[in-house]
Design a protein around this ligand. Sequence first.
Ligand SMILES: Nc1nc2c(c(=O)[nH]1)N[C@H]1C(S)=C(S)[C@@H](COP(=O)(O)O)O[C@H]1N2
Ligand SMILES: [Mo]
Length: 325
Amino acid sequence: RSNVAQARESLRLPAPGRPAAAVPAGVQSATPGVTPWLTPGKDFYRIDTALSVPEIRAEEWELRVHGLVEEEVRLTFQDLLDADLIESHVTLTCVSNPVGGNLAGNARWLGLPIREVLKRARPTAGADMVLSTSIDGFSASTPLEVLQDGRDAMLAIGMNGEPLPLEHGYPVRMVVPGLYGFVSATKWVVDLEVTRFADSKAYWTQRGWSERGPIKTMARVEVPKSFAVVKAGKVPIGGTAWAQTRGIPKVEVQIDGGDWTEAVLSEEASVDTWRQWSFAWDATPGSHYIKVRATDGTGEVQTEKRADPVPDGASGWQSVMVTVE
Ligand SMILES: Nc1nc2c(c(=O)[nH]1)N[C@H]1C(S)=C(S)[C@@H](COP(=O)(O)O)O[C@H]1N2
Ligand SMILES: [Mo]
């Protein structure tokens, strides 16, 4: 075990000045087998370009905030420990997640709101983007207004009550509700440049992906699995849906192209977290197709239009084929 891993283990996180809102008791889907509502760090999906996980000593970490600002700001890890931190549940999703895929996770993050850092730096007129860069050269372009609009965008140091796992960005990463990770969730972040979309391109944008990445409304069937064989009778269907910053007021299920029927929603912790659902299906023998779609808090129904993950996220309705005996 490395020195950095050992230092991480002995690190004590401060209590947040503003704790996370209490999680309602009923957030977990009633359907057995649905993903745990809170994703433990060890099960959290991991996506990055790092060939080996960067090992940054917390006492050597420094963040430089510069570019189109009145005042350059530098932050040390101790500055973060001493700051007024917030804690918040936020679901992260990857733009390369296919419809029905697993590249999403929900955790409780502890960190400093980025808007507080920007308040100190005072962006100048004309700036519209923050380019965040990691110690290993990855970068993400985040709209400046998103980092200032009051959502819980943060420089995170904690995940589910522990220091960030090394592979999830220790000692400091960004977490921004509502945007795919490739344009917001920079791990091992060391540099924030306030700039303009017209002047600078982030890592994946240079490689054919979009420059912006708001998360698309998505519902996923987790139970039963595709190609499952189940017994006729009451078959529980269940899964997860997300539309971070907008919330999920409705999920509907369709069997074999019939009418859309509302699923039973589990409690919603916040609009920034995913929401689980369940549906009791009267299954008759034969092959059947289960489709699911969500409606977000603005009233918009998840689009049926299929899109590949490139350039700004997959869309379409998941269809799961099951055999009933
Ligand atoms: N330094 C760095 N940060 C990164 C990436 C990366 O390649 N390098 N990938 C981004 C992408 S595409 C996603 S989806 C999220 C994933 O965060 P996780 O690995 O903690 O789930 O991290 C983002 N932050
Ligand atoms: Mo991603």
